[in-house]
Design a protein around this ligand. Structure first.
Ligand code: GLU
Length: 470
């Protein structure tokens, strides 16, 4: 049996591999790799039945080369210190890859969230936030959490409320956390952002003629057979955007089981069925598959959108997909990635592919600091300018535009339009950078290594003029 490496060891191993291909000073590399600070908290919580439970929670800040640090908070029984440190490191590299000016962080609370009532979850979340405040592990310019596995907008609203109630008079207090509900200072498009970013990344990959030729696939998303593991916020939205753009969702996996249908599954219908039946199994018209075996289904693109360590050296040899889209953080182990690379598989790495969430979190943070909704100043002005332009075209051509045409063409950008356009720009540009780095290494490195080289170069540049390294 092969030695099992911890998650942090795996992330560091991937880092070392990329670092060896750079020319940076070893002390700079060592500084970048280190997890700067870890806070482990244990606090008691009053259960609804009057009993007391001691909760374990963590927050790790990996790199302060840019501040604040940024990263989600997960609620799961699998949470432990090593995992949180590894995920914090991935956040640092991810932010650098997509040019989001934050250091990386991650938090986690070790609970099975379905075993707690909403009131209990609120008490846990507020107490956790209070503990972070006490030790300076949260704040608009310090460390800014967001959702992750097992958390969402509601938890972020509790965090924002706890923080703002303690930060009397702090004008920018709402920027202490992102992915809040829009009514609490959130931004439109954040909920879908990670899934939308996954879609943009896969679309870019499928648009690359050389890669598609090498994989024996046609160019574009049309007709590509996709399997998605995880129907949470990320998996659901990724599947939905991919299907809307012509891909066929042939398999969907959840922890209770998986389903497949080569003719395609309607993601919304499956989600609705799962809500009613509390299981994905026996979805009408589909065949049941064992949960983990769904990763091995015949498909073109496999999108693991659940947890880390799903594709290992054990199941990698049986995986049929030619493209792996890492929507989750760390779903493919280093050994599995090597096996798949040898086989010619294209892995779109997590540090790039799931960066849409933190990208739009950055937009939300900027919105909170600027205290004005994106598009508020220019939307009407743009609309007026386009209308004047259309009138001029009418005059010159003699053509008359219908009201529907005018409304469609002469439209000022809304907050959501701007968020989605900023996200698309980010994902497209970041992909180009990865391809350039891979080319510079004559195509001999994986995109995972290219992403890490990219991150290391950018982070090292931020230390360049400080004079603290030889
Ligand atoms: N938890 C998400 C991630 O892993 C989002 C982080 C954020 O928005 O800060 O990227």
């Amino acid at each position: 049996m092969a030695k099992r490496y911890s998650f942090l060891m795996q992330v560091n191993h991937a880092f070392d591999k990329a670092a060896a291909l750079t020319e940076h000073d070893p002390t700079v590399l060592k500084t970048i790799k280190a997890v700067n600070s870890v806070y482990h908290i244990q606090f008691p919580i009053l259960r609804d039945d009057g009993s007391i439970e001691v909760i374990h929670a963590w927050r790790a800040e990996h790199s302060h080369h840019k501040q604040p640090t940024k990263g989600g908070i997960r609620y799961s029984m699998a949470v432990n210190e090593d995992e949180i440190m590894a995920l914090a490191a991935l956040m640092t590299y991810k932010c650098a890859v997509v040019d989001v000016p934050f250091g990386g962080a991650k938090g986690g609370i070790k609970i099975a969230r379905h075993k707690f009532s909403e009131a209990e979850l609120e008490r846990i979340t507020r107490r956790y936030t209070f503990e972070l405040v006490k030790k300076n592990f949260i704040g608009p310019g310090i460390d800014v959490p967001a959702p992750d596995f097992g958390t969402g907008a509601k938890e972020m609203a509790w965090i924002a409320d706890t923080y703002t109630s303690l930060a009397t008079g702090e004008l920018n207090a709402l920027a202490c956390v992102t992915a809040k509900p829009v009514s609490q200072g959130g931004i439109r498009g954040r909920t879908e952002a990670t899934g939308r970013g996954v879609y943009f990344g896969i679309r870019e990959a499928c648009d690359n003629p050389e890669d598609m030729k090498r994989l024996g696939l046609s160019r574009g998303l049309e007709g590509k057979r996709v399997v998605v593991q995880g129907l949470g916020n990320v998996g659901y939205h990724a599947a939905k955007f991919l299907a809307e753009c012509g891909a066929v969702i042939v398999g969907l996996a959840e922890y209770e089981g998986a389903i497949c249908n080569p003719k395609g599954l309607d993601v919304d219908e499956v989600v609705e069925y799962r809500r009613t039946n509390e299981s994905i199994v026996d979805f009408p018209g589909a065949e049941n598959v064992e949960s983990k075996a769904a990763l091995e289904l015949d498909c073109d693109i496999l999108v693991p959108a659940a947890l880390e360590n799903q594709i290992t050296e054990e199941n990698a040899p049986r995986i049929k997909a030619k493209i792996i889209g890492e929507a989750a953080n760390g779903p493919t182990t280093g050994e599995a990635a090597d096996i798949l690379f040898q086989r010619g598989c294209l892995i779109l790495p997590d540090t790039y592919l799931n960066a849409g969430g933190v990208t739009v979190s950055y937009f939300e943070w900027v919105k909170n600091l600027s205290h004005v909704r994106f598009g508020r100043m220019e939307k009407r002005f743009e609309q007026g300018a386009y209308r004047r332009l259309l009138k001029a075209v009418e005059k010159v051509t003699g053509k008359h535009f219908t009201d529907a045409e005018i409304n469609e063409i002469a439209r000022g950008a809304s907050e959501e339009d701007l968020v989605n356009s900023g996200l698309e720009e980010t994902m497209v540009m970041a992909y180009q950078q990865l391809i350039e780095i891979r080319e510079a290494h004559e195509g001999k490195i994986t995109l995972r290594t290219a992403a890490l080289i990219n991150a290391i170069d950018k982070i090292a540049a931020s230390y360049e003029h400080l004079g603290i390294f030889p």
